[in-house]
Structure formats: C-alpha cells, structure tokens
Design a protein around this ligand. Structure first.
Ligand code: ADP
Ligand code: 5GP
Length: 183
C-alpha cells in the first residue's frame, strides 16, 4: 500500500516571511505540494486567480462552509480564508506531503481534525522588524497595515500551541530549519 503524505501547517503574523520560507521549502523538498487557499480578499497587483489564492465571492465562500467543503476556515483581517478538504485529501492519498500556510485559528482546527499534522509557527526577531518587513513589502495601505500589526500580537501569543517555532531572523538559517523539520 502507498504511504500517505504528511500535513505541515505554517503560521505566523503577516509580513514575518512565511511566503518566502514556503517558496524555499517547495523548491527544496521534492515531495512537498502547496494547497492553494480560497479567499474573499481582492487580489493584490500581480496576483493571479488560482496561483496565490482562489479568489471567490462571499456568497461562494458561505456556500462552501454550509456544504462542509472546508477542512478549516477563518475570518482574518476582515476577509474569509479557507482550505478545501478535497484538495488536501487528494494529495495526501497519493503520498505527497502538503504544506498549508494559514492563520492560527485555522491551524488549531486542522490539529483537531488531523491530529498527525505538524504545526510550525514563524516568529519575527522583534515587533519592530516585523513592521519594517511589512512596510518594506509595500503591499498594504495604512489601514490594512495597522490591522495586520494589531493582529500580529494576538497571533504571537499563540505560538506555544505549535510543535515548532522558527525565529525568522537570518533567512538562510530559518529556511534550513524549516527544511529539516519537513524532511
Ligand atoms: P508573509 O508571507 O509572512 O506575509 P513575506 O514572505 O511576504 O511574509 O515577507 C515579508 C517581507 O519580508 C518580504 O519583503 C520579504 O522579502 C522580507 N523577508 C522575509 N524574510 C526575511 C528575513 N529573514 N530578513 C529580512 N527580510 C525578510
Ligand atoms: P494575506 O491576505 O496576507 O495573503 O493573508 C493573510 C492571512 O491569512 C495570513 O496570516 C495567512 O496565513 C492567512 N491565510 C491564508 N490562507 C488561509 C487559509 O486557507 N485559512 C486560514 N485560516 N488562514 C489563511
């Protein structure tokens, strides 16, 4: 019988470097696939439907919730985000490892439903560094930036719920830590 894959969950405040670490992990762990989430957020400049996210309407999202299509979902920074159960199950069944990049509320739902999941939290070296990165990325308007920074404190308070905490200070060191956890 084919061995089923492992499920990895990556969380951490907006701007901490999850996307950067995820890209590195996907390029360095050949059996790893990424589950593309659904969101009601509007695409940022340069984002494409079906690549970063599946961008869907609130109506479609709500319908998905009532049909039980989501392995987990949450209301984050004023929008809905969720992982489709079928996407994850299909990949695990064929033996692929699956990486989710989701918020803390979602991660705790995954742990309930799939106790074998490995939960990894990415923390910033300091709140100041986090703010600098978020500003430096240049994707958020002032309002959205302050919502993300306020939410960061709540997320950081949950890091002890996770199996691993990676402090993303030096990027190469953090990438290597994540690679080792996955392998
Ligand atoms: P997230 O996906 O968690 O919101 P990103 O991966 O988009 O975060 O990273 C936010 C910004 O911080 C990006 O501009 C990225 O290049 C930068 N960044 C990521 N990791 C580091 C690091 N270790 N040191 C300095 N800058 C970083
Ligand atoms: P962004 O809008 O910056 O792309 O993402 C905002 C937040 O939503 C991030 O913390 C990210 O981890 C979280 N997120 C993205 N996809 C999902 C998902 O499918 N489920 C949950 N619960 N959170 C998600």
């Amino acid at each position: 019988m084919m061995k089923t894959g492992r499920l990895f969950v990556l969380s951490g405040p907006s701007g901490v470097g999850k996307g950067t670490l995820r890209e590195h992990a996907l390029n360095n762990a050949p059996n790893l696939t990424y589950s593309i989430s659904c969101t009601t957020r509007k695409p940022r400049e340069g984002e494409t439907d079906g690549v970063e996210y599946r961008f869907i309407s609130r109506e479609k999202f709500t319908e998905g919730i009532s049909r039980g299509l989501f392995l987990e979902y949450a209301h984050v920074h004023e929008d809905y985000y969720g992982t489709l159960r079928a996407d994850v199950e299909r990949e695990l069944e064929v033996g692929h490892d699956v990486l989710l990049e989701i918020d803390v509320q979602g991660a705790l739902q995954v742990r309930e439903k799939m106790p074998g999941a490995v939960l990894i939290f990415v923390a910033p070296p300091s709140v100041e560094a986090l703010e600098q990165r978020l500003r430096g990325r240049g994707t958020e308007a002032a309002g959205s930036l302050s919502v993300r920074l306020a939410n960061a404190e709540k997320e950081l308070a949950m890091k002890d719920e996770y199996d691993y905490v990676i402090v993303n200070d030096d990027l190469d060191t953090a990438c290597e830590e994540l690679r080792k956890i996955i392998l």
